[in-house]
Design a protein around this ligand. Structure first.
Ligand SMILES: C[S@@+](CC[C@H](N)C(=O)[O-])C[C@H]1O[C@@H](n2cnc3c(N)ncnc32)[C@H](O)[C@@H]1O
Length: 208
């Protein structure tokens, strides 16, 4: 994603109650943010937020936290919020330290159109790499569940091997989501773009 400096983005994020700060105070107790016992789903690398905002609106009995590294991207998600969505919050952070933020409280992780990092020397930055899978281990409350979508075949193939070698079971898989029964699929910004360009969309749901 090409990043543009967005004047005022940092200040708007700092001022927003939708964006969680002082994260260490919530570790192991993120349910206190939502004041209920509903499951918590997170999207890592949420981009401009279309997916997680729509998921939160459609699923009021699930709490959603969207994680994004850059102010200039997260601000675009904030700008989309027009009404109160009590089951949605955002965090601006680099997910490399995600295991220091959550502890045994996450039910599902979404990895949507993650940056592919095509060079082998950057493989450790892929959000489906073994190093990230290890970081995710202590986030989950009980059963571990990850749902990934991508247009990038090489990243998808890499991820299948990574998930398999890490002991995850493949529960659902699609090599062409829009020609399979996509059910109540919620599209992301990248998904809409690449689907409209005619690329197949790959999806996998794994658990452990
Ligand atoms: C290719 S975009 C996809 C955005 C969105 N999920 C979608 O499908 O439209 C990848 C996003 O992940 C974010 N990202 C990449 N690595 C990250 C990391 N380590 N921690 C948090 N966000 C990250 C990027 O800043 C970018 O916004």
């Amino acid at each position: 994603m090409r990043l543009k400096f967005v004047p005022g983005a940092h200040e708007a994020i700092e001022a927003s109650e939708m964006v969680l700060k002082d994260l260490e105070t919530y570790r192991g107790n993120f349910k206190s943010v939502f004041k209920n016992e509903f499951p918590i789903h997170i999207e890592i690398g949420m981009g401009k937020g279309s997916f997680i905002i729509e998921m939160a609106k459609r699923n009021p009995n699930i709490n959603f936290i969207g994680i994004e590294k850059y102010d200039s991207v997260l601000i675009r998600a904030l700008e989309k919020i027009e009404e109160d969505i009590p089951n949605l919050r955002f965090i601006r952070m680099d997910a490399t330290s995600i295991d220091q933020i959550f502890y045994k409280e996450i039910d599902v992780i979404y990895l949507n159109f993650s940056d592919p990092w095509p060079k082998t020397k950057h493989a450790h930055r892929r959000l489906s790499s073994p190093i990230f899978l290890k970081r995710y281990d202590t986030l989950f409350k009980d059963k571990k569940e990850i749902i990934m979508k991508t247009d990038n075949r090489k990243l998808f193939e890499y991820s299948l091997i990574s998930f398999n070698e890490y002991g995850y079971h493949f529960e659902e898989i699609s090599l062409d989501l829009y020609n399979d029964d996509i059910g109540d699929n919620v599209a992301t910004e990248y998904e809409t773009k690449f689907h409209n360009l005619g690329f197949p969309i790959y999806k996998i749901k794994i658990s452990k």
